[in-house]
Design a protein around this ligand. Structure first.
Ligand SMILES: C[S@@+](CC[C@H](N)C(=O)[O-])C[C@H]1O[C@@H](n2cnc3c(N)ncnc32)[C@H](O)[C@@H]1O
Length: 214
């Protein structure tokens, strides 16, 4: 197998097993999208976990000499808590009795040589958004998946995207038998507000583009 023809992100994930919730196809769509809109401004993601999406987005940003802001409180979403379906005991801090994915995330950034490109922001998304002023070229939403959390993230962060920029939302399932409806309902709300147009869907990754004003 020749490794020099393999995409750099896939080569990285062949070498290092990084925990995460994103398919290769969705990840490559993130990588390509960051490159397409990099001229507009920096990128931001909500929900980094151990860094799987951050590597795809970060390598895209690095190739265009722009920045990825990676927002996560690293305390896990509802489904990561003890007793829940996606709980991972290796990420549980027993002394503090809470989840902590930040050490693993930071390690991923170093392994991927992305410390010159990715700025980790360890805080709740809502707090980061409060004073955020910089227009963004791309926002990837993959934080809390409840209807209220998804709605809040999509509403707040979509307002920070520059004209021509992209809002990419993970875990879009039209059919409730396929998955939770929070991200899907949040995406519908953004579309109904009229400032974004539907672009495409790659597996469960929905893509919207910010329209010009007026
Ligand atoms: C599904 S995981 C993200 C998976 C990641 N994008 C990947 O590619 O593997 C969701 C992450 O969102 C974070 N999160 C949930 N609610 C949040 C909030 N309100 N603010 C910041 N981070 C949040 C959790 O800590 C968790 O790490």
């Amino acid at each position: 197998l020749r490794t020099d023809s393999i995409h750099p992100a896939l080569r990285f994930f062949q070498k290092y097993k990084i925990k995460g919730f994103l398919s290769d196809e969705e990840g490559l769509a993130l990588y390509n999208s960051t490159r397409d809109v990099a001229h507009i401004g920096p990128c931001l993601e909500v929900g980094s976990y151990c860094g799987r999406s951050s590597v795809f987005l970060g390598l895209g940003c690095q190739s265009k000499n722009t920045t990825l802001y990676a927002v996560d409180h690293h305390r896990g979403s509802e489904e990561h808590q003890p007793g829940e379906l996606y709980h991972d005991a290796e990420l549980f801090d027993h002394e503090l009795q809470c989840m902590d994915s930040f050490p693993v995330f930071r390690r991923t950034l170093q392994l991927a040589k992305l410390e010159d490109t990715v700025v980790p922001i360890v805080a709740p998304s809502k707090l980061v958004a409060r004073d955020w002023q910089t227009p963004l070229s791309l926002v990837f939403i993959d934080g809390g998946h409840s209807p209220s959390m998804s709605m809040e993230d999509c509403r707040v962060w979509s307002e920070k995207i520059a004209v021509g920029g992209l809002l990419m939302i993970h875990d879009i399932f039209e059919d409730e038998r396929a998955g939770g409806q929070g991200p899907y309902q949040a995406m519908q709300a953004v579309l109904n507000n009229g400032r974004f147009a539907w672009e495409e869907k790659i597996q469960s990754l929905g893509v919207l583009r910010r329209l010009p004003e007026g």
